[in-house]
Design a protein. Structure first.
Length: 108
């Protein structure tokens, strides 16, 4: 348990527990999990987050995402099927964009 800070981008494929500050784009993959509060410049979330999320720029939440915590972002796009279990604040005043995710499933 602890904190994580990066100056650039971060891709999460596994599990993180603790608060984080990401200076670039944060990507949380489908099946990945973050337990703790997050601050980032931009983010794309397809996994599970338990904690508050503060994004200075754009936040994209994928259809497989589950978020249990407050979400604050300058702009926000949410795929149909995503679950957000708290309040959402868009600081730019722009409307939240809802979309149908069309990313191809990985083949094995």
């Amino acid at each position: 348990m602890g904190g994580l800070e990066t100056r650039g981008a971060l891709i999460v494929l596994g599990s993180i527990q603790g608060d984080g500050r990401v200076g670039g784009t944060l990507s949380i993959a489908r099946g990945a999990e973050w337990r703790g509060n997050i601050e980032a410049h931009h983010a794309v979330i397809a996994g599970r987050v338990t904690g508050d999320i503060r994004i200075a720029g754009k936040l994209e939440i994928g259809a497989s995402a589950v978020i249990a915590g407050r979400v604050t972002a300058r702009s926000l796009a949410i795929a149909n099927g995503a679950v957000i279990e708290s309040e959402v604040t868009v600081t730019s005043g722009e409307p939240v964009i809802h979309f149908e995710e069309r990313r191809a499933e990985p083949t094995g």
